[in-house]
Design a binder for this molecule. Structure first.
Ligand code: P1T
Length: 380
C-alpha cells in the first residue's frame, strides 16, 4: 500500500459497536471488568485507550514500523527515549536541534548522571571520537531545527550498529511523507505530532515508532509508568490530521521551494538555509534520503542588526510571529529569542545560530500572497 492510502486507512476499523467509519473519541478514564482481570484488553486509560490505539497503529504504519506510541507532547516522547538509559550512560546528540530538546538534555537529564556530547553530524565520521563503552544512544534531527542541516541517517546508523548504539531520529521537520528513518537503519523515530502530523496548530502531541518488540515493551512501560499520555480528543485530532498529510506536504514543499527562491534572489537577503538548493552542503544526502525538501527554511538579512531583524519579524501580515511549525498557516519565528532561547548564546553562536536568523514555516496559503507578504515586509 502506498503512503496516501495508508494515511487514510491505517489503524482505522469501523467502530465494532455502531459501524461508525471514524474512530470515536473514547472519553473514558476506566473500563468495567466482569471479574478481576477479566476485561476486553482495556483496564485503565493511562495504559490503554481505543482512540489512542487507532492512532498508534496508524503511526507505526506510516513510518514503516511495527509499533507506534503516542505521548502528550514531542518533548514527552523524547523524555521517554532518554529514560531508557541509566546514570553513567552517554548520548551523542546533534549540535543543531530544537531548543526544548537541548533544554531537556542539559537542564533535566544531566543532573541524573547522563552525559551528552553535542556534535556536528553533517559528517557522520565526526561521531567516532565521541564513542566509548558508555555510549548508548545517538540522537539526531534531520533536517535540523533551525539551520536545516542534513544528517546522513544510513551513514550514522552504520556507525551506531558497529558499536551497538541505539539511533533515534527526530523526523518532525521531514514528516513520514518525505523521509522514513526506520528504513534507513534508525531504531526509533520520534515526531512532534504537534507539527505536520496534526497539521492544524490545534494540538500538542508526540510519537515514537520502532520495529524491535523489546524496545516497544520498554517504551510502553515508560509511557504508562510516567504517564505522559495524550487524551482521546487529541488522538482524534492527530488521526484526522494524518488523513491529509500527503496533500498538505505536497503544497508545503512547493510553497517552500517558491519562497526559498524568492528570498535567495532578494537584494536584502544575505543567506537562505533550505536543503533544496544544489549548493546546500547536505543536498546530495537530502536527495538520497528524502522525497522532497519540505516547507521549513531559515534566512538572514544582509543588515544583521537587531532593529532590521525585528522590523521584519513584526512586519509580515500573513506570516504570524509565533513558535511552532507545520500547520496550515505560515509562521515566522526568531529562534534566538523564541524556540532556541534556552541554548546559551555562546553555544548557539558557535553552532551557527546567530541573532539575525529568521525561521519560516511556510504554510498552505496561495504562494503569491506569501511572496507579496514577505516582499512588503522586506521593502517597507
Ligand atoms: O512542542 P512539542 O510537541 O513538545 O515538540 C518538541 C519538538 C521536538 N522536535 C522538534 C524538531 C521540534 O521542532 C519540537 C517543537 N518545536 C517548536 C515548538 C518550534 O517552533 O521549533
Amino acid at each position: 500500500m502506498r503512503l496516501g492510502t495508508k494515511l487514510i486507512h491505517a489503524g482505522i476499523e469501523p467502530d465494532p459497536s455502531t459501524g461508525a467509519i471514524m474512530t470515536p473519541i473514547y472519553q473514558t478514564s476506566t473500563y468495567v471488568q466482569s471479574a478481576p482481570g477479566k476485561n476486553k484488553g482495556y483496564e485503565y486509560a493511562r495504559s490503554q485507550n481505543p482512540t489512542r490505539k487507532a492512532l498508534e497503529d496508524a503511526l507505526a504504519i506510516i513510518e514503516n514500523g511495527k509499533y507506534g506510541l503516542a505521548f502528550s507532547s514531542g518533548v514527552a516522547a523524547t523524555d521517554a527515549v532518554i529514560k531508557l538509559l541509566k546514570p553513567g550512560d552517554e548520548i551523542i546528540a546533534a549540535n543543531d536541534m530544537y531548543g526544548g530538546t537541548y533544554r531537556l538534555f542539559t537542564k533535566v537529564f544531566e543532573k541524573f548522571g547522563l552525559k551528552f556530547h553535542y556534535v556536528n553530524m553533517q559528517d557522520a565520521e565526526n561521531l567516532r571520537p565521541y564513542i566509548n563503552a558508555n555510549t548508548k544512544l545517538i540522537w539526531t534531527e534531520t533536517p535540523t531545527n533551525p539551520l536545516m542541516n542534513i544528517v546522513d541517517i544510513a551513514a550514522v546508523s552504520s556507525i551506531a550498529k558497529q558499536h551497538n548504539i541505539l539511533l533515534a531520529v527526530d523526523n518532525t521537520f521531514a514528516s513520514p511523507y518525505l523521509q522514513n528513518p526506520l528504513d534507513l537503519g534508525a531504531d526509533i523515530v520520534m515526531h512532534s505530532s504537534t507539527k505536520y502530523l496534526g497539521g492544524h496548530s490545534d494540538v500538542i502531541q508526540g510519537a515514537l515508532m520502532m520495529n524491535d518488540p523489546s524496545l516497544r515493551e520498554q517504551l510502553y512501560f515508560l509511557q504508562k509508568s510516567c504517564g505522559a499520555v495524550p487524551g482521546p480528543m487529541d488522538c482524534f485530532l492527530v488521526l484526522r490530521g494524518l488523513k491529509t498529510l500527503h496533500l498538505r506536504m505536497e503544497r508545503h514543499c512547493s510553497n517552500g521551494e517558491t519562497i526559498a527562491h524568492f528570498l535567495l534572489n532578494h537584494s536584502k537577503v544575505q543567506k537562505v538555509y533550505w536543503c533544496g538548493f544544489e549548493d546546500h552542503p547536505g543536498y546530495v544526502t537530502a536527495k538520497k534520503q528524502m522525497r522532497g525538501f519540505g516547507g521549513m527554511l531559515s534566512f538572514a538579512l544582509k543588515d544583521e542588526s537587531i532593529e532590521a531583524t525585528n522590523k521584519l519579524l513584526s512586519g509580515t501580515k500573513l506570516f504570524a510571529l509565533a513558535e511552532s511549525l507545520g500547520g496550515v498557516e505560515s509562521l515566522i519565528n526568531h529562534p534566538a529569542t523564541m524556540t532556541h532561547a534556552s541554548i546559551p548564546k555562546e553555544e548557539r553562536i558557535k553552532n551557527g545560530l546567530s541573532d539575525s536568523l529568521i525561521r519560516l514555516s511556510v504554510g498552505l496559503e496561495d504562494v503569491e500572497d506569501l511572496v507579496d507578504d514577505l516582499k512588503m515586509a522586506l521593502e517597507s
